[in-house]
Write a protein that binds this ligand. Structure first.
Ligand code: SF4
Ligand code: SF4
Length: 287
């Protein structure tokens, strides 16, 4: 089973549109995972029909048992987040779940309770199963939820005898990106010809290298600045990153999105042709 993670150094490079088109090209033998759990949007294109829904527990909050509490104040004194008020009631929003109050309470009046940090879903799409998730507002456990989504995608792939897992990764280089990459067969970095595009490509390529995940590059909207696109291509080659595709700017991508279709399904314009042309190279890259 191969696992391709589509990532970008920053948001808005067209990573999700590309992943959705790849899912269309691999239909019937693919499981897709939306690991952009802070802002998931693959479902807009893949229109999943939900099969399962589960809570995701990654946080804890403290509960104080009023019958046991003697109001000694030790927990309040030790809480670095000012989450316990003068009546020894825990503010669930302020509580960071560090467990210090439980540790210092001399009367065993504090208990830690798991709380839901989000939800993950197993769904069916016209191309195969999709595992996706949604993190609750303000939650900071996106890396753990990404790891869960990938685990569930692997289970779904085994159950469906799928040979490929396509991961729509989060943008940037933070914890959720690292959680998306570990153990993957390869990463496709989607960039665009802008100064920040080159800078972000270098940063995310360094993360891939650090975690020993082979990386390749796709330049989206490559005709917006051909000189810079050429420079990105040369830099990528210098760094040993194969260039798997150059997709021109094409309004048909937007039209496809508005129509709720992937670019290759919509099938009009040069971008769709380019994505189809680059697909055999992508498969070869993760062989
Ligand atoms: S778990 Fe930590 S943050 Fe929460 S109330 Fe106890 S000491 Fe404060
Ligand atoms: S440390 Fe325990 S007994 Fe003391 S105020 Fe906190 S909960 Fe109550």
């Amino acid at each position: 089973m191969r696992e391709l993670v589509v990532i970008s150094g920053k948001g808005g490079t067209g990573k999700t549109s590309l992943t959705a088109s790849f899912a269309a090209l691999a239909a019937g033998r693919v499981v897709t995972a939306d690991c952009d759990v802070d802002a998931p949007d693959l479902h807009f294109l893949l229109k999943p029909v939900q099969r399962d829904e589960h809570d995701f527990f990654a946080s804890q909050v403290a509960d104080i048992d009023g019958d046991r509490c003697t109001a000694c104040g030790s927990c309040r004194e030790h809480c670095r987040f000012d989450a316990i008020d003068s009546c020894h009631v825990v503010d669930e929003v302020a509580c960071e779940g560090c467990g210090m109050c439980e540790l210092v309470c001399p009367h065993g009046a504090v208990q830690m309770r798991s709380v839901s940090s989000g939800r993950w879903f197993l769904s069916d799409t016209r191309y195969g199963p999709l595992v996706h998730a949604r993190l609750n507002f303000g939650e900071g456990n996106s890396g753990k939820l990404v790891a869960r989504v990938r685990d569930e995608a692997r289970k779904a792939a085994r159950a469906a005898a799928a040979s490929l897992i396509l991961v729509d990764g989060p943008p940037g280089i933070g914890c959720p990106v690292i959680a998306s990459l570990g153990g993957a067969t390869g990463a496709l970095i989607v960039t665009e010809p802008s100064p920040s595009g080159l800078h972000d490509l270098r940063r995310v390529a360094a993360v891939c290298e650090h975690f020993n995940v082979p990386a390749a590059v796709c330049i989206n909207r490559c005709d917006l600045d051909r000189e810079l696109a050429q420079r990105i291509s040369s830099e990528a080659e210098k760094d040993g990153l194969p260039l798997l595709g150059c997709i021109p700017y094409d309004n048909n991508i937007t039209r496809a999105l508005l129509d709720g279709q992937t670019a290759v399904e919509y099938g009009r314009g040069p971008a769709s042709d380019n994505i189809k042309e680059m697909w055999p190279g992508v498969l070869k890259f993760i062989e």
